[in-house]
Write a protein that binds this ligand. Structure first.
Ligand SMILES: [Zn+2]
Length: 456
């Protein structure tokens, strides 16, 4: 009897201890702001959770076999969630050298078992700013046009490219394993002409170096974009509002203007975000082709006044070409590429976006029917569906546009085999089909349908 009791008692003691251990969960730890480089005094934020609070937290940097304490929490925290900010870098740890290192952060729970959690993060110690050297070429560009800049970056960097005002264009390694980097960049249609494009490189440790690109505008004066008064008929307003704001109510003009401004802005943001769906090489080997037999009813950056019942209700800039042929004409891919969007997109109606690599993309709007899906590869001239008047279109036409790293550009140079040769192919030394194989780009021929098209 006594023997039995003795052997049972420890079990009774063990169970609560085991339960305590099970309940005492380990703390969690994370770095809310990713740290990849450590410079002079790089801010680091540590976030930890533990139901019983944190009794100890510290950070060290390991490099070349040595371990340097860089931070220790001042006092234990009883809070379930704690956030600490500190800086680490050469300023407080002068022994650190430029190069690879490891940041280690560890926290210990207030719980009975003193459980701990740890993060080990590879970092690069960077104290020297990178340096950039830019090609000495003079870049002849027009507003709304793209070009190529070639450059070299030395030293550690986390981001590089060309910056024009508040817009930046990625750097890519030169094709074919050649040394150096390049960016396709654009001087956007609305960029002040005094803006100086720069090549930039930043290292994530607060260093951002730039070097200007020599840009020459062949035309001194600001280019003159055409201004059009666009008569908004009652029928057009009903069509647009009914199609794009079907559940809305209230004043028709206000709804139309909201579609034309807010929806336009949101749709352009969606288009711009497609820049991340791009190939790291050109998917095409020929100049871009313009829709066969098409007549341009509107060109790039036309300024449109929207007139309703004799009154101007809105003004927008048209960032593409309106190409009309016949109703439900086959919409041709302007060049080889990959479909990255084939779906309705607000004012653009049924819209296709084709990626051609290096952030260069073509856009086709107002379609009535798709023959391709997102992800499909298309060939130059391939029919991708039929034209129509979906979205903000008052008549059957193709809204054709181009964007570079999310900035809409004038397509006309890309239709020009000579321009592509001089500005892109030669500088990047990429193979393009011989000129004789290339069909001439824009056609001046009048559309064989004489029926006037309404465009928006
Ligand atoms: Zn258009």
């Amino acid at each position: 009897m006594r023997k039995v009791l003795l052997s049972v008692l420890p079990l009774f003691l063990l169970i609560p201890i085991a339960m305590l251990m099970g309940c005492s969960a380990a703390p969690t730890i994370n770095l809310p702001t990713p740290v990849s480089t450590v410079g002079q005094a790089t801010p680091i934020t540590v976030h930890a959770t533990d139901p019983r609070g944190i009794r100890g937290a510290s950070a060290t940097i390991e490099q070349n076999g040595a371990s340097y304490p860089v931070w220790q929490m001042a006092q234990p925290s009883m809070a379930k969630e704690s956030t600490w900010n500190f800086t680490a870098g050469v300023k407080t740890t002068p022994q650190l050298k430029d190069g690879k290192a490891k940041l280690i952060v560890e926290v210990t729970s207030n719980g009975l078992m003193h459980k701990s959690a740890r993060i080990e993060q590879d970092v690069t110690v960077v104290t020297q700013p990178p340096s950039v050297s830019v090609d000495s070429e003079q870049h002849y560009i027009y507003i709304g046009m793209a070009d190529v800049a070639t450059f070299n970056v030395s030293g550690a960097y986390t981001a590089a490219g060309v910056r024009v005002g508040d817009q930046s264009y990625r750097a890519w390694p030169m094709p074919g394993g050649k040394p150096g980097l390049f960016s396709l960049f654009a001087f956007a249609w609305n960029m002040p002409q005094s803006t100086i494009p720069v090549v930039f490189a930043s290292n994530g440790a607060g260093n951002d170096v730039t070097s200007p690109i020599t840009v020459i505008f062949p035309k001194k004066e600001q280019p003159h974009y055409t201004v059009h008064d666009l008569q908004v008929s009652e029928a057009f307003m009903q069509k647009v509002v009914g199609e794009l704001d079907p559940n809305g109510s209230g004043d028709m003009v206000a709804r139309f203007v909201r579609i034309n401004t807010e929806m336009r802005k949101a749709n352009n943001k969606t288009l711009s975000d497609l820049r991340f769906k791009t190939a790291d090489h050109f998917l095409f080997t020929q100049p871009f082709a313009r829709q066969s037999h098409s007549q341009a009813e509107a060109t790039f950056a036309d300024l449109r006044n929207y007139i309703y019942q004799g009154k101007k209700i809105d003004q927008q800039v048209h960032l593409g070409y309106d190409l009309a042929v016949t109703q439900h004409v086959g919409v041709e891919a302007s060049n080889d590429g990959r479909v990255v969007w084939a779906a309705p997109l607000g004012i653009y109606g049924n819209c296709i976006v084709v990626d051609h690599g290096y952030g260069l993309q073509t856009i086709y709007g107002h379609m009535s029917h798709f023959d391709v899906h997102e992800g499909d590869m298309v060939k130059r001239g391939q029919i991708m569906g039929q034209s129509g008047m979906t979205g903000m279109a008052g008549g059957d036409h193709i809204h054709f546009a181009m964007q570079l790293d999310g900035v809409q550009i004038d397509p006309k140079e890309w239709w020009d085999p000579h321009w592509i040769q001089d500005h892109i192919t030669k500088r990047l030394d990429v193979g393009m089909a011989p000129m004789s194989h290339v069909s001439a780009a824009p056609t001046k021929k009048k559309s064989h349908t004489s029926k006037p098209k309404k465009h928006r």
